[in-house]
Design a protein around this ligand. Structure first.
Ligand code: IYR
Length: 220
């Protein structure tokens, strides 16, 4: 049987007390995370962004195919192109493509098709999923691509929060324009568009509540 061999697993066991304390502290940090739509143009170091993406890249994936690419856009002219194309799609979404029920569900977020944060945030991370992989001329299968990339994005958002930055998970559907503007290879499909940076001073967010543990967890 062919495999890459095995190495010792580096595991440091915590005490019960440490585990309780660290799981609570991590929850409290994650519970401060909010989707933000009002970004400041305050710069952020590209090294911080790369560390965040390194964290996302540690996600598990089907057959360890790592079927993701994280494109970081800081160039103002590319951001402008992305904003123009996103607003065009969003205009169609808000003026006919989204159902009455959908529009009603979004009312409390006070969103519309105008997306200034796509030009203001210091970085846009455009996440692509790789439907298959291509090594020169040979095409290989990827597995559980949506699950794998979804997990990686969850870890990306946690890393953004841990770094002290804010983000928005944005889906200006259909998102085909992103692969075109960024000239991505043909195995890649846009998955999410994530502006990252600082919030504006006195940033406001919708007054929402999270489901309680009893509502989301059932212990059998
Ligand atoms: N993509 C649109 C609409 C939108 C859809 C959902 I579902 C949201 O949770 C928020 C917005 C937009 O970004 O405005």
């Amino acid at each position: 049987m062919e495999n890459g061999g095995f190495v010792p697993f580096q595991f440091e066991e915590k005490t019960e007390d440490q585990m309780l304390a660290s799981s609570k502290a991590f929850y409290e940090e994650m519970n401060r995370r909010r989707s933000v739509r009002e970004f400041s143009d305050k710069p952020v170091s590209i090294e911080v962004i790369k560390n965040i993406i390194r964290s996302a890249g540690t996600a598990p994936s089907g057959a360890h195919k790592q079927p993701w690419s994280f494109c970081v856009v800081q160039d103002a002219s590319i951001k402008s192109k992305i904003r123009a194309a996103a607003e065009q799609e969003e205009y169609e979404n808000y003026h006919g493509r989204m159902s009455e029920e959908w529009l009603k569900d979004l009312e409390k977020f006070d969103t519309n098709h105008i997306k200034p944060f796509l030009e203001i945030a210091p970085y846009l991370i455009v996440v692509f999923k790789q439907a298959y992989n291509e090594d020169g001329s040979t095409r290989g299968r990827n597995y559980y691509v949506n699950e794998s990339v979804g997990i990686a994005v969850g870890m990306l958002l946690a890393a953004i929060q841990n770094a002290g930055l804010v983000a928005l998970t944005h889906t200006p559907s259909p998102m085909n324009f992103l692969a075109e503007i960024l000239e991505r290879p043909k195995n890649e499909r846009a998955y999410l568009l994530i502006p990252v940076g600082y919030p504006v001073d006195e940033c406001m967010v919708p007054d929402i509540e999270r489901k309680k543990i009893e509502e989301i967890c059932k212990v059998y």
